[in-house]
Design a protein around this ligand. Sequence first.
Ligand code: NAD
Length: 312
Amino acid sequence: LKITVLGVGGMGSRFALMLHQAGNDVTLVDGWQANVDAIRQNGIQANFNGKQVAAKMPIYTPAEVAQAGLQADLIVVFLKSNQLTATFSQVRALIGKDTYVLCLLNGIGHEDVLEEFVAKDHLILGITMWTAGMTGPGQVELLGDGEVELQNFEPAGKDFAQQVVDIFQGAGLNPHYSENVKYSIWRKACVNGTLNCLCALLDCNIGELGKTAEAPALLHTIIAEFAAVAVKEGIKLDTEEVYQHVAATFTADIADHYPSMHQDLVQHHRRTEIGFINGAVARKGQKYGIATPYCTLLTQMVHVKEQLLGAK
Ligand code: NAD
């Protein structure tokens, strides 16, 4: 199976490296020129749980894909949500009629963007609890353990999705075939839809947010908005369980962690995925006639902060 990892940042590097180490045929495509240059020269260089490793794989920019005649059986996409449309528009040549796309990005509604580029029965969606961080072009820190939960978007994709589970199993990625991945996607989006935007706007870490008197009410209100919209998409979130799941982070090992939106926006002045988290809930709420005042305001405020900081 020819696998292309599209978006070789932190997570793309992790999946590429682990799939490559397990003997799979992996090609990389990334749009950040400095990153492409570094990987071409030295491979992906990783601190892999304290051990320094390097792995060389062919790498192309999106603009080079068509000329190189690249085609993939499986595209594992690890762009940021807000890069999907622009990048997929550039790599259409990569997608043949038998190509599957696996999307493990945080957020909701990616299928609405991806259906322009790949048939829905060739789409596999999921979530991952693996983590990764870039420390420079071509350099990543890959610490800890994780898992992957995935499912074909439509019944016709089931055999291929199970094939992906087997390949990921062989690479030590701890995959599970899910019978209801949409529920998991919405549940994880509630974590990102509370902690990410609040910590980025308030410039605090997870534990600091959790110590404030208002945190429980904020979480409950935001999660209730997610749940009200999710019902319209056939997903009935257990809001109290989801609240407990999010609130548990306030006292967990990751309490001193700044969520990725804080890192992207406040620390690196990069545009955020808010449009696919709270922004998606606000957009869908409008479509279904459901008021989502908190998600709407949080989305607007993050966009304001992006502009104030000149985020790219
Ligand atoms: P990332 O920002 O590391 O990489 C995404 C893309 O941005 C890559 O193409 C990368 O080359 C590019 N990029 C990174 N730094 C850049 C810079 N300084 N200038 C220009 N381009 C740059 O993103 P990620 O953390 O790998 O996340 C990918 C997806 O996975 C997102 O949807 C994210 O929410 C999700 N996710 C991330 C983690 C994590 O721990 N990082 C965990 C679970 C899910």
